[in-house]
Design a binder for this molecule. Structure first.
Ligand code: SF4
Length: 328
């Protein structure tokens, strides 16, 4: 049984005028399904506004879905009350892009880390301080940091505190929403390594949300690519990098810097993301797709398994695959 299963999940946001009348609707997440196994990292990638963060909030039940189901260890969460959700909250933690805004500026780091241990009664009161120091050391900080406040830390150190706070309650799943995108490249690598260490040590599962394939390349077991609220490709990380079948994935891969600047660069993604309030007809990607034809403008492709669990939503996934293989 997968640790997490998401089935046909949808969420729209309505716009209202000053009289409260609905003036528009934005389908942020549109009928998406995927699963996440224990000890696995699933990367969820796409441009900003594609519904990745909304998906994370729907899984954590911080937002209520319009339709679909979320299962955690086989238990359906979607219709649970706040009280019924409480035991699951400890099992599912979140790491944010900007840990500063999620750390109370008036609390010391020691108090911030002690709080979840107290709330969930994970250590006797007399042992909480030892546990806090142990957590600080595990994330590469020291006991000296315990009495300091969030503003005294660098971005990388604050993200270390964010990770310590998430792992303090011994969760099974961590949803990491752009956890390194605000950090310098060298610090990014340190934080990703730290997350990998925790994954191995505690058999953690991650849903790793990012806008950039370069960031999740080395940490994901499988990757789901989202475009305008839908999953357009989902497969193992190795398959996605070696045999992409959706033109949008191809475009994201083209945006990944190559180690050799003299290598010829394929065309990167052009054009603006269409408005999710008024999405294009047929395939949502057709206004930006170099392979689009009339069929693409008229008919929406469904997400199909093309073999070995590789799922793609494109009328011409085979042709795209052949073209990309020949271009290598
Ligand atoms: Fe491009 Fe057509 Fe495939 Fe959509 S269905 S990605 S427009 S080729």
């Amino acid at each position: 049984m997968p640790l997490l299963e998401v089935k046909n999940l949808s969420k729209s946001f309505r716009f209202r005028d000053s009289l409260g009348r609905t003036t528009g609707q934005l389908a942020a997440v549109n009928n998406i399904s995927f699963s996440l196994n224990r000890g696995e990292t699933l990367g969820l990638v796409g441009e900003s506004g594609c519904g990745k963060s909304t998906t994370g909030k729907l899984i954590l039940q911080l937002l209520q879905a319009d339709a679909g189901q979320v299962f955690f260890s086989g238990d359906e969460l979607t219709h649970l009350s706040a009280t019924q959700m409480r035991p699951y909250r400890r099992q599912m933690q979140m790491i944010f892009q900007d840990p500063f805004s999620s750390l109370n500026p008036r609390m010391t780091i020691g108090t911030i880390l002690a709080e979840p241990l107290r709330i969930h009664r994970l250590a006797p009161p007399r042992q909480i301080r030892d546990r806090v120091i142990e957590l600080l050391e595990k994330v590469g900080l020291t006991a000296d940091h315990e009495q300091r406040y969030p503003h005294e830390f660098s971005g990388g150190q604050r993200q270390r505190v964010g990770i310590a706070r998430a792992v303090a309650v011994e969760p099974q799943l961590i949803i990491a929403d752009e956890p390194v995108s605000a950090l310098d490249l060298s610090v990014q690598a340190q934080i990703l390594n730290l997350m990998q260490d925790f994954k191995q040590e505690h058999n953690l599962s991650y849903l790793f949300i990012a806008h950039d394939l370069a960031v999740i390349e080395h940490v994901s077991d499988r990757i789901a690519v989202m475009y305008l609220g839908k999953i357009v490709e989902l497969t193992s990380a190795t398959e996605l990098y070696n045999n992409p079948r959706h033109p949008y994935t191809e475009a994201l891969l083209n945006a990944v810097p190559t180690p050799d600047p003299d290598l010829p660069r394929p065309t990167a993604l052009s054009g603006e993301v269409p408005s999710p309030v008024n999405p294009p007809s047929g395939c949502y990607f057709h206004p930006r797709c170099p392979y689009a034809d009339e069929l693409c403008q008229q008919q929406e492709p469904s997400l199909e398994d093309i073999g070995s669990g590789h799922q793609v939503a494109c009328h011409y996934s085979e042709k795209v695959g052949h073209y990309l293989q020949h271009r290598k």
